[in-house]
Design a binder for this molecule. Structure first.
Ligand code: ADP
Length: 635
């Protein structure tokens, strides 16, 4: 498929897509669109009043020269000009304010959609790529949704301007050249008038076509533009990336960037792709458009109007009126064609946005309530569960069968990539099993109301994330919270001493995004805060995926010693590849290459010399012994 075919939609499809986008804007921001509409209509019509009054003044000066009438005309022109400017300025201001909000609202709509999507869809690389392309189109080339209100206003302006221009120009065609004008009387011929109108239309259409053509090169180059923007954004701003600051200095990664920043043939450089386009078609087409507009359009209008005035069809004042009105009129036709072209160029970018907004959620949504049991007696069962990630041909989990009850301490161990995190994601219903089923108290978890079901889990994921809000808000995951309870959870999670050092306590911002006094927490401190967040939620199931990976040995030992106190009567599912930290669990599941190869207590598993657990345990024990020997300590 050629690039051109790939990008441009049919006229019908492009019109429907634009119409849907306009409706979306009216729905999201009715006030914004109303002010835009008023401002546009006002700006389209008011210049004609000025043109009309100027014509009357010149007519008066060239004709009767009545001082009283001139005074009235000039005063009226001045008052009108002042009044129109005042209203324009006011409308423009409100329009600007509302327009800024409009784009935040559209951005928020895109983010909200991502949050509404089923986890497995939002996690799909295709979904992420689509949203990323949409945002790049918006930021890089200004394509997509932000063009919609501007195009809508351009259309409105063109239509109202056409109507205004028409009203002031009709008399040009009606007023007749007197018979005494001789051969110039041909200007009265309807055929000549038709030819004149057709000429204006053709020149305007040609000029607009040439402008739109230039714009279409930008649309067709959007992929290369986005890629270049991404490269430039990444390499150009590498120095500002806080995470990379140390590595860049040690490994001189900035050397790699030079290629992208200094090369003369770089896409954005003066000899690059876009510069070549600008010197070529993107520059030549608009130049040709201007030439056509001036030579043919303006030329024809001046010739026709001046000849009619010369032949005595109307006075000198009307020349200004007609030339002014026709210039605006033909400008409006130009805007009309230009906007239609811009809408068509933009339609394929809008389609991407609607493709994204229309992605349906496919996860089955049950309606059963999760029984709120005071005795917290919940039982979970995996019944022959197998799972493949979307788009992957390999199974991440195969035939998992297991049961556990609330109050138990369950450990899931295994090497990296053995399927431990996938097991948790299925349990929390971030994904549904490809085969088999998961049951809560004997009922398939798909039948429960989704929000209720996930409310029974509190998870610290391996790659957990905290927000840049306050410590208290992070612990409670809410704007307002019970301060004492948040403090207790932080103390339980081993953050008590650090909390005492923070002068703003729970009100301390994490990171500096929102406050200069914000504190950057270490990896271990963040992990403790994440643990406190799980405790604050007080759900019957606590899932900890490598919860101590970022902790120092003392902090880790402290957490384990208090583990029972931390978890209380809840079920703890504990994932780790550090086997020594799982010894206290009642039941240990051993995963290997997506299968559950063993299950049982530590003592039983370690006694089985042929088992995977034995192998892992001794491999780790040997490592720790060697470390201890190197440090000169008895093993
Ligand atoms: P573990 O937690 O034991 O390290 P995981 O459950 O993360 O293992 O991964 C199990 C398998 O599933 C691995 O082979 C991994 O590459 C694959 N996997 C994990 N996440 C995804 C994903 N989002 N898409 C495709 N494959 C994945």
């Amino acid at each position: 498929m050629k690039d051109k075919d790939k990008k441009l939609l049919s006229f019908k499809e492009s019109w429907q897509t634009n119409l849907r986008a306009i409706k979306l804007f009216w729905h999201i921001s009715p006030k914004g669109m109303l002010y835009r509409t008023l401002d546009t209509v006002w700006s389209a019509l008011t210049p004609y009043v000025g043109i009309w009054l100027s014509a009357l003044i010149i007519e008066e000066l060239a004709g009767p020269r009545s001082p009283q009438r001139l005074r009235i005309l000039i005063l009226t022109a001045l008052i009108c000009a002042a009044f129109f400017s005042l209203i324009s300025a006011l409308l423009n201001k409100v329009r600007q304010v509302e327009s800024t909000i409009q784009f935040f609202q559209m951005d928020a709509l895109l983010s909200a959609k991502m949050l509404e999507l089923d986890y497995h869809i939002s996690d799909d690389p295709e979904t992420r790529k689509l949203l990323s392309t949409i945002r790049q189109n918006m930021r890089g080339g200004g394509w997509g949704i932000q063009r919609v209100p501007d195009n809508f206003c351009s259309l409105l302006e063109a239509v109202f301007s056409l109507l205004g221009g028409l009203a002031l120009t009709i008399s040009l065609f009606i007023s007749k050249v007197p018979k005494e004008a001789g051969s110039l009387a041909i200007l009265n011929s309807p055929l000549l008038i038709l030819l004149f109108l057709a000429g204006i239309l053709t020149a305007t259409a040609l000029s607009s076509f040439l402008s739109t053509k230039a714009d279409s090169y930008r649309a067709l180059s959007s992929d290369i533009h986005n890629l270049s923007n991404r490269l430039f954004g990444y390499f150009g701003f590498l120095g500002q990336n806080k995470k990379l600051a140390a590595d860049i200095r040690i490994y001189r990664q900035d050397q790699i960037c030079k290629k992208y920043n200094n090369n003369k043939t770089d896409t954005f450089h003066s000899k690059g792709y876009f510069a070549r386009l600008a010197k070529g078609p993107m520059g030549l087409y608009p130049a040709a458009a201007t030439a056509v507009s001036i030579l043919f359009l303006t030329g024809m209008v001046y010739l026709f109007v001046c000849l009619k005035a010369w032949a005595g069809a109307f006075g000198i004042g009307m020349v200004t009126q007609y030339i002014g009105a026709i210039s605006r009129f033909s400008g409006s036709i130009g805007t009309l064609f230009g906007t239609a072209g811009s809408m068509r160029n933009n339609a394929s970018f809008l389609k991407l946005i609607f493709d994204y907004l229309d992605i349906p959620n496919t996860m089955y949504q049950g309606s059963l309530s999760v029984e709120k049991r005071n005795d917290r007696k919940y039982e979970v069962e995996f019944r022959d569960v197998s799972f493949r990630y979307p788009g992957s041909s390999d199974y991440a989990l195969r035939h998992i069968n297991m049961k556990f009850k609330v109050g138990e301490r369950l450990a899931v161990v295994g090497m990296n990539g053995s399927g431990k995190t996938t097991f948790i994601k299925l349990l929390c219903r971030l994904y549904d099993p490809t085969e088999g089923s998961i049951l809560l108290n004997g009922i398939d978890i798909r039948k429960y109301d989704y929000q209720e079901y996930i409310s029974v889990f509190s998870v610290v994921f391996q790659d957990f994330s905290l927000t840049d809000f306050t410590l208290g808000q992070n612990v409670a995951s809410a704007d307002t919270y019970e301060a004492r309870r948040a403090e207790l959870c932080l103390e339980k999670a081993g953050f008590g001493e650090r909390l005492k050092e923070l002068s703003s306590g729970l009100e301390t911002y994490l990171g500096k995004s929102f406050s200069k006094e914000g504190v950057d927490m270490s990896g271990g401190e963040q992990q403790k805060i994440a643990l406190a967040r799980t405790l604050y939620k007080d759900a019957p199931f606590i899932v900890l995926d490598e919860p101590t990976a970022a902790l120092d040995p003392i902090a880790e030992a402290e957490i384990y010693s208090k583990f029972n106190e931390i978890v209380e009567d809840k079920t703890a599912i504990y994932i780790s590849h550090r086997l020594s930290s799982c010894r206290f669990c009642d039941n240990i599941l051993v995963f290997h290459k997506g299968s559950m190869v063993q299950q049982g207590s530590h003592d039983r598993l370690v006694a089985d010399e042929t088992g995977k657990y034995y192998e892992l345990w001794h491999a780790q024990a040997q490592y720790y012994n060697e470390q201890a020997q190197k440090a000169g300590q008895p093993a």
